[in-house]
Each structure stands twice: as C-alpha cells, then as structure tokens.
Design a protein around this ligand. Structure first.
Ligand SMILES: C[S@@+](CC[C@H](N)C(=O)[O-])C[C@H]1O[C@@H](n2cnc3c(N)ncnc32)[C@H](O)[C@@H]1O
Length: 334
C-alpha cells in the first residue's frame, strides 16, 4: 500500500520523538510509540485517509501573523494575512473535514462555528485547576484538539492529545499546519495504548467526555493514573446522574441516540472509584446540565444535535426516557 502526502504527519511526529528522546522519564516511550503510530495511522486500509492527507497537502501556503489561544475562539492568523481568493480556497478544503464538532476556531478570518461550544466547558474547568503554565499535559480523547490549544494558551510547556479518530487527527492538522512550531501534538492512540509511566508521567492528565464510552470505566481511570506523575493532577469530565454512592445508569441500548454509552455514575460513585484507585484530594468542582445552546447544529455540523436527542415533550429526558445529559468535572491528585 503506497501512501502519498504523509510527510506533514511524519514531520510532526519526528519533532515529538526528538523532544521525548531528550527527556529521561519519557524516552522509554520511543521503544513502542513510533511503531504503534505507524500501525494505527497507516496499518489498515481506510476509505478516506488518502483524501484527507491530500486535503492537508493542498492547504494554501500562508503565514499566520499571530495567533490567540486565550479566548473562546481559538484563532490562528488574521483575515488580512491572505487574499479573498486564498481564503475561499482554504474554506473549501476545511469543508472536507465537516462535521466540525469541537471548537470554535477562526483560521485566517474563517469562522468555524462547531457543534459544541467547547469554550464553555473550558470555562467551567479552568478556574479549578493548578495553573497549567510550564506543565506537561496529556488530553485523553481530545477530539479535534480544541482544548489542546487552550492548554497552550494557559502557558503549558508541552501538550499531547490522544484520540483514536483519524478524522479528528486530520482536523487538528488543518490547524497545526499554520502553527507548526507550537509544542502541541496529536497521537492516534486510545488510552488503552498508553504505557505505564511509573508515576513519572504527565503533570496534568485530562479525560473529558470519554469515561462513559468505555465498557470498563475503572480500567480507563487506571490508565489515566498510569499516565500521571506523583503529585500530578487528574481532570475528569463525564456524564453523571443524580444519586448516591450506589447509583449508576447503564442504558439498555442507546443514550441520547448514542450507541456506545456504558456507565453513567453519580458523582458520589465516581468519587468512590477514584478513592479506590488511590487518588486523593478529590473534588467535584462543577455539575451542569447541557443546554441546547452549548450543543447544536451549525453550518459546520449539519447533522442532528442535542435538540433531536431529547424528548420533544420533556427536555429533562432523553428521547429514550433517561435523565437528560448532565456533566460533572472532578479534579483529583495522585
Ligand atoms: C465526546 S468526545 C470528547 C472530546 C473532548 N475531550 C471534549 O471534551 O470536548 C469523546 C472522544 O473520545 C474519543 N475516545 C473514545 N474512546 C477512546 C479511548 N479508548 N481512548 C481515547 N479516546 C477515546 C473519541 O474518539 C472522541 O473524540
């Protein structure tokens, strides 16, 4: 199988491998990581991968005069950095990566209004964390990478996102192409693919919107623990239900039309899981019901969204009759 136009990804990985190789606590990862990435990115036939790589390779050569990762809209470049013709060409290429779910972004004056106001989640999370400045951060299940940029905006030293979706990897690179030096990387791994860093891993590990997708939530939490350093901080964001320490919802089939939802625990049960795994200083810092202003269809995500997943006669219930999505943020220390 010959794969064209893979240089952009190869260059990005090479930069990361060089950085990892210079770090005594992370260098061991290089024994497995390059082969794993090769296998996960290119190992299997994939109907769209070549189209996506060709799209990335066709991105116009523009230089961003600046960027801003500190505001709700992650912005790279200014409208004045390119001609109207170049912007139209870029917009068309970015449309190859519709649906855009996590954002919003602005690239050379093009507004990408995503399905989710991921900036709202960030605003709920960030006030409660140890400052991210100078830290090495892992974001597990990073989607398009929106929060990776916000972590950089907080001054993180290095940010690595992992997500098994090659589609999201390509969305990320359509941004990274215009900020090639930024110390932010996206690896197409699942949390199950991470090594045990023997308590010398990342300073902060995020897992937002992933736990309920795992059949085995405790294994997921153990993988997050294995990625942290001693004294490091876990930021866990997930769906929850009301109830005591004995309460969790397991949907019979779909939840809010999603197929792959397994456990939705109460906050009290989540805290118990974290205590059992050896976390300390466990704090539920936010619980919010998701609104149809936060998750909705847009020009950049034209499929159904939250309104269609709720009971039309009772917005406190999903279409299947379960409690409507409510999300908690839990912070804990290793
Ligand atoms: C609901 S999205 C959350 C995206 C982002 N973290 C956020 O909070 O907006 C869940 C993401 O987790 C990813 N995911 C699913 N299973 C995973 C696993 N085992 N390891 C890592 N990521 C996973 C999915 O591909 C998807 O992008």
């Amino acid at each position: 199988m010959s794969i064209e136009n893979r240089e952009l990804l190869d260059q990005q990985y090479a930069t990361l491998y060089e950085a990892l190789g210079q770090d005594e606590d992370f260098a061991f990862w290089l024994q497995s990581l390059p082969q794993q990435i090769e296998e996960l990115t290119f190992g299997k036939p994939h109907g769209k991968r070549q189209l996506w790589l060709d799209t990335l390779a066709a991105l116009p050569a523009l230089t961003a005069s600046d960027h801003d990762f500190t505001q709700g809209k992650v912005r790279i470049g200014q409208a004045g950095d390119c001609t109207d013709e170049q912007r139209a060409e870029l917009k068309q290429l970015l449309e190859t990566f519709i649906p855009w779910r996590k954002g919003p972004f602005e690239l050379f004056g093009i507004d990408i209004d995503t399905e989710w106001r991921s900036d709202w989640k960030w605003e709920r999370v960030i006030p409660h964390l140890s400052p991210l400045a100078g830290r090495r951060i892992l974001d597990v299940g990073c989607g398009s990478g929106y929060h990776l940029w916000r972590m950089l905006g907080e001054g993180a030293a290095q940010v690595i996102g992992i997500d098994p979706s090659l589609f999201f990897l390509m969305q990320f690179h359509s941004m990274k192409h215009y900020a090639p030096e930024a110390p932010v990387h996206f690896l197409p791994l699942r949390s199950e693919d991470l090594p045990d860093f023997s308590r010398k891993g990342f300073d902060t590990v995020f897992s937002m919107g992933v736990l309920y997708h795992r059949r085995s939530p405790l294994d997921h939490l153990q993988e997050l623990k294995n990625s942290l350093r001693d004294g490091g901080e876990l930021v866990l964001e997930t769906l929850v239900v009301d109830g005591d320490v004995h309460t969790a919802l397991m949907p019979e089939d779909r939840y809010g039309k999603m197929r792959n939802v397994w456990f939705i625990p109460s906050v009290a049960m989540l805290e118990l899981w974290l205590r059992r795994l050896g976390f300390r200083d466990i704090r539920a810092v936010d619980v919010t019901v998701t609104s149809t202003d936060e998750q909705r269809s847009t020009e950049w995500m034209r499929f159904e969204s939250l309104t269609n997943f709720l009971d039309p006669d009772d917005s406190t219930r999903t279409i299947e009759g379960y409690p409507a999505p409510k999300r908690a943020v839990i912070v804990a220390t290793l």
